[in-house]
Design a protein around this ligand. Structure first.
Ligand code: VGL
Ligand code: ZN
Length: 205
């Protein structure tokens, strides 16, 4: 069974949000067009406590974009974003959430970030997504959402590593592109791990 994984289509990742992804809101109509084509759709929400360790504000004297050690891992510092139960953490208002069967939240542990929908960055804890997908009979996974070079990339790489044939719907994704070329590099990394890069037109045509 094909499953659509909608990654972090939240207000803070859209223009006007705390960590805006250029054109982030443009994925919403594309994803809304995809949702009815899938027998099952699952979404993730980045869901941080107010003092999360990925926030520059949690490290006195540090600024967004700088790198620190968190849980023994290199951590890029971000502006405060997707704080639990705030409007910034809510799904984009035009995302057709009634078509989404289940939501998995990640990044709630202040000590470690969680880009992947499956595991935290230290791979210490699973989110339960894999178990859920296997119980539902998921076979192929189609990943879309925000951001191509962070949560989409890590989610797709884990999905492929877990043995799911994985496709990324590129025009239903947008990247942060902290450095020019980050999205292209993410696409190449995903391709090199056997992830297929597809477009919504190929699926909806
Ligand atoms: C994300 C940076 C920080 C993402 C989440 O959803 O790609 N990026 N937290
Ligand atoms: Zn985050």
């Amino acid at each position: 069974m094909d499953v659509l994984l909608v990654v972090d289509v939240q207000n803070d990742f859209c223009p006007g949000g705390a960590l805006p992804v250029p054109g982030g809101d443009e994925v919403v109509p594309v994803i809304n067009g995809l949702l009815p084509r899938f027998p099952l759709a699952v979404a993730t929400q980045d869901w941080h406590p107010p003092d999360h360790g990925s926030f520059a504000a949690s490290h006195p004297g540090r600024k967004p974009g700088e790198v620190v050690q968190l849980a023994g891992l290199e951590q890029i510092l971000w502006p405060v974003h997707c704080v639990q139960d705030t409007p910034g953490a809510a799904f984009h208002p035009r995302l057709e959430v009634h078509r989404i069967a289940r939501v998995f939240r990640k990044g709630a542990d202040r000590e470690v970030d969680s880009y992947s929908a499956f595991f935290d960055n230290g791979r210490r804890r699973a989110t339960g997504l894999e178990e859920y997908l296997r119980a539902q009979g998921a076979t192929e996974l189609y990943v879309c959402g925000l951001a191509t070079d962070y949560c989409v990339r890590f989610t797709a790489l884990d999905a492929a590593e877990l043995g799911f044939p994985t496709r990324v719907i590129l025009d239903a994704c947008r990247g942060v592109e902290l450095k020019p070329g980050d999205v292209e590099a993410a696409v190449e990394t995903m391709r090199s791990k056997g992830i297929q890069i597809v477009t919504s037109a190929e699926l909806c045509g």
